[in-house]
Design a protein around this ligand. Structure first.
Ligand SMILES: Nc1ncnc2c1ncn2[C@@H]1O[C@H](COP(=O)(O)OP(=O)(O)OP(=O)(O)O)[C@@H](O)[C@H]1O
Length: 341
């Protein structure tokens, strides 16, 4: 029995265009699922359907093995955390965390005990009597998580919970979210458009585009064996290079395919070309610290690759890129990945 099962779920707002098309996915208990995709592809809508904040126009939503399409949100055993923390400014951290438990009839002693235990897990104990206005962004985000945790739900839905935080805090909170998942063992469904967050947090990633689920698999499978050119280009920094097969030296496969090569399977050098060397012209180099990102132009298309600073070719802008074609992926005209035997 899956923790959450969606079968052919369809959604159109107020009779408008369909924003989710026959979407099916099964999420197992305890999994950390990350949903990614460009703005407007339907990520939040999917989360709101699971939470019961929106109704599906077709298909089935099962939670814990029971059809939940008609269940109101409060009967779904789900906690939801949004990017705008929705804390009450006049309440202390303790009251914010315990908020909602009173409505559920939890006695005061237990409310306090749960707030303290959750605050301990989130290292918020020194701030229990403070108001949200006197907390940092990361601490506020932890209070919002604490409120969800105090409800002891078995499913957590998180809609871009870290997107309001600065970069350093987001990276620190990412580790905390992962640790929290390990401690709670709850099922988590997490929406983000930060692909690094997706790759580092997820047991499985769902990649969406235009209301369709393109691939639902482990981060490794999504990165190494993307089902679609869009998936290949969406995850990975710098993104995968797509080259016209016709203009790639050493390639003798079918025409009409596009070759996909990740930057780590390319290397740049000056001087004589190697066997699979492709002549390029350096357009721009971007310093990122120990490595430099090189943007080049070639007869087969634009190429981006990483180069250690110490290995940066000097002198001419006319260079060679060596292609490790054994790592190449191939995509047909519809963007589907094809296996070449
Ligand atoms: N309440 C609504 N009424 C009408 N259309 C809506 C409503 N909410 C969302 N939509 C539309 O549904 C589509 C999917 O929106 P959704 O918010 O699910 O996308 P998203 O992937 O979460 O986007 P983002 O990354 O920008 O938050 C969009 O085209 C959006 O304009």
């Amino acid at each position: 029995m899956s923790a959450i099962a969606l079968r052919n779920v369809r959604k159109a707002y107020h009779g408008g265009p369909t924003v989710l098309h026959d979407l099916s996915m099964a999420i197992e208990a305890g999994e950390f699922i990350v949903i990614v995709g460009p703005s407007g592809c339907g990520k939040s809508t999917l989360l709101r359907l699971i939470a019961g904040l929106e109704r599906a126009d077709g298909g089935d939503i099962e939670i814990g093995g029971t059809r939940a399409n008609d269940l109101p949100p409060q009967d779904r055993d789900i906690a939801m955390i949004f990017q705008n923390y929705a804390l009450y400014p006049h309440m202390s951290v303790r009251e914010n965390i315990a908020f909602g438990l009173e409505l559920r009839g939890v006695p005061k002693r237990e409310r306090n005990a749960r707030a303290e235990s959750v605050a301990g897990m989130l290292q918020l104990d020194p701030y229990l009597e403070r108001k949200p206005g006197a907390l940092s962004g990361g601490q506020r985000q932890r209070v919002a998580m604490g409120r969800a945790m105090a409800r002891k739900s078995s499913i957590f839905l998180m809609d871009e919970p870290l997107s309001n935080l600065d970069n350093a805090l987001r990276i620190a909170m990412r580790t905390e979210v992962k640790e929290l998942h390990r401690q709670l063992g709850a099922t988590m469904v997490y929406v983000t458009h930060d692909q690094t967050e997706a790759l580092s947090l997820a047991d499985r990633i769902a990649v969406m585009k235009d209301g369709h689920l393109l691939q639902f698999d482990t981060p490794e499978a999504i990165y190494d064996r993307p089902a679609h050119r869009f998936v290949a280009g969406f995850l990975g920094v710098p993104p995968m290079n797509f080259l016209s097969a016709k203009a790639v030296p050493g390639y003798s496969g079918p025409e009409g395919l596009t070759i996909g090569l990740r930057p780590e399977h390319l290397s740049i050098h000056a001087g004589e070309p190697a066997a699979n060397g492709l002549g390029v012209r350096l357009l721009l180099s971007e310093m990122t610290g120990a490595t430099v990102i090189l943007h080049c132009e070639s007869a087969a298309g634009r190429i981006t690759l990483n180069c250690a600073r110490k290995d940066m070719p000097q002198g001419s802008d006319a260079l060679w890129v060596n292609l490790e074609l054994s790592h190449a992926l191939y995509f047909d005209e519809d963007g589907k990945r094809v296996e070449l035997s």
